[in-house]
Design a protein. Sequence first.
Length: 260
Amino acid sequence: MDIQSLKSLLEIQALQTLGATENASTNNLTDNNSIFSDMINELLGEASTASNAKLSSLFASGTANHSDFVNQLTMLANNSEGNSLESLLYQGSNAVFIPESVKQALANNYTGTKLDSYVSDDVIGSTAYANSLTGANQYAAIIEKAAATYQVPEKLIAAVIKQESNFNPTVVSHAGAQGLMQLMPTTAQYLGVTNAFDPEQNIMAGAKYLRQMLDKFNNDPTLALAAYNAGASRVTKYGGIPPFKETQNYVKKVMNYYTV
């Protein structure tokens, strides 16, 4: 076991001890909610050697101090038994060991957060976007028809639908955009749509509009998407993707869905 891994263990115990002291409730290191105890118990639960049992007993007693477990961990690291503990700690890599209870706590705290909010805006084709277009399957026939009619890649149409409505055909934005491809009423009327909530009408019209934007901007999908989001006049005015955070993020996310 190297110095860094040992240092990490010590720091976790020190933080836990400090937290218990500040709460003035107990200084017991064997609190069931202790991150450090979770780590040690999970590590030692995989092996039952005499040395591991001795180390575990130090924490069970609630009287372990830095000297006690430094000596015991060092002994484990320097003999054959240390191979077991070290392999458990690293799991064959240099990753930091995190107890399952901590992982679960983190997962519970972020269940309501969108996955793509964790992905860097400038990561194109990120694996975090893998399988993100599966919702398009229910509209596959319509998307295929629209793609063939207007010569727009099927995946680009699906990527726009994903970003615009997440495949919800009845959604209405705060600005009044409607349906799968979020057509504004005036745009829908211009494109001949009589019911923006009808999936076929909506997708066919959205694909037609995308084709118009691709034609206008030399088949550059990023500029076509920027125009779809912010308007063609603004793309022309700025000579590229407008300097609006919303539009820039929109283009990056749709391109992630499209290129993954």
